[in-house]
Design a protein around this ligand. Structure first.
Ligand code: CP3
Length: 345
């Protein structure tokens, strides 16, 4: 159970804090030299994620350096397909999976192998023991739709042709895949929470490529299933949903998905964000490129964001992950900016 006095948890419960809590998606990773050094100690990326001592250290590195209000568990959304029996590798150009074929459906997958995910829970326990008392620990998983895109496309995709074609041609078969991922995600997130995660985020990085009807079926419905199950077991643990790129459908996601807070991507206009904020906690949405550029671009964007959203329940974050080319000094500058009162910032 999370300590309700932690700033991140207060904001996620709906409190407007004078200094909004902050963390950054992908705050652990290649932009930090200490991460690259640690990463070199593991055979491959999956091994790295599944070695608790290394993953816990990677989780703690950014918090130690910059003092964010939250740590995000170091792991990956593609550990779930791996625990379902799919081959997952990380090459120079991103993840490579042995793609599922629509004709075979979920026949090639196995029931969730619980032991495969056990090391992640151990990482959570190690991180909780190593965090400063005011810092919260966020667990996470990919949303079923986003995880399915990787499982069916075999990696990153430009047009999502294979996965969308499966969903259109055989909605029943595709729904079996989405259901399988949803159930695995519930088990996985409950395991993280039981081990000590104090909030969880669902990354739906590819929510923005679907039509309204497909969004309803493959984003809203499985997200509801997950939020209902988590709330049934852990009613006090806040859930953040990040339906990246959802555009006008953000409103629908905010009211229907069952999440407590909503992650805004960089393209969400601040006036629209303020409307959303009347009903739900908002998180976001600084452009990761403004952070990479630094200087006046970073300062202006950060001040504008705080002026727009810091009057209500708000968690300061990026609109997508930290880019690997980001100078660490820019994150230090951002930390200092956010520690200043707004009128002097
Ligand atoms: O700091 C954190 O945010 C925690 C760790 C984290 C990672 N991946 C580590 C990682 C989190 C929250 C993720 C989420 C994730 N993984 C998403 C959703 C967020 C998003 O970016 O849209 C997605 C789509 C993935 C799948 C994935 N993993 C891709 C597409 C890639 C390759 C591209 C890339 O950024 O490198 C990964 C690899 C990955 N996941 C790395 C890290 C630190 C880089 C691997 C390395 O160190 O060699």
């Amino acid at each position: 159970m999370g300590d309700p006095a932690k700033p991140l948890l207060r904001a996620l419960k709906g409190e407007a804090l004078e200094q909004p809590p902050w963390w950054l998606m992908r705050q652990a990773g290649r932009f930090l030299p200490e991460y690259r050094q640690l990463r070199a100690q593991a055979r491959d990326f999956v091994d790295f994620c599944l070695t608790p001592a290394l993953a816990a250290e990677a989780t703690l590195q950014p918090v130690r350096r910059f003092g964010m209000d939250a740590a995000i568990l170091f792991a990956d959304i593609l550990l779930v397909p791996q625990a379902l029996g799919q081959t997952v590798e990380f090459g120079e150009d991103g993840p490579l999976l042995e793609a599922l074929a629509a004709e075979r459906g979920i026949a090639g997958l196995r029931p969730l192998e619980l032991g495969r995910l056990e090391p992640v829970y151990e990482t959570v326990r190690l991180v909780r023991a190593g965090l400063p008392p005011q810092t919260a620990l966020i667990g996470f998983a990919g949303s079923p739709w986003t995880v399915a895109t990787y499982m069916v496309e075999g990696g990153a995709s430009r047009d999502f042709r294979r996965v969308k074609a499966w969903a259109y041609r055989d909605a029943v078969g595709f729904s079996a895949l989405i259901g399988l991922i949803a159930e695995a995600t519930i088990t996985y997130l409950c395991g993280q929470i039981a081990a000590g995660a104090e909030a969880v985020q669902l990354f739906d990085s590819w929510a923005g490529v679907l039509s309204e009807a497909q969004f309803e079926r493959w984003v809203i419905a499985p997200t509801q299933r997950i939020t209902a199950a988590l709330k049934g077991r852990f009613p006090l643990v806040p859930i953040i949903g990040f339906p990246r790129g959802a555009g006008a459908l953000y409103t629908h996601y905010a009211s229907q998905s069952g999440v407590d807070a909503i992650g805004l991507d960089t393209a969400v206009p601040l006036g629209f964000a303020r409307e959303l904020q009347r009903r739900i906690v908002v998180q976001g949405n600084l452009d990761p490129v403004a952070l990479l550029v630094g200087g006046a671009a970073l300062e202006d964007a950060a001040v504008r964001l705080r002026r727009a959203l810091a009057g209500g329940p708000f968690v300061f974050n990026l609109g997508h992950g930290v880019l690997p080319q980001t100078p660490p000094e820019n994150v230090a500058v951002l930390a200092r900016l956010l520690a200043e009162p707004l009128d002097r910032a």
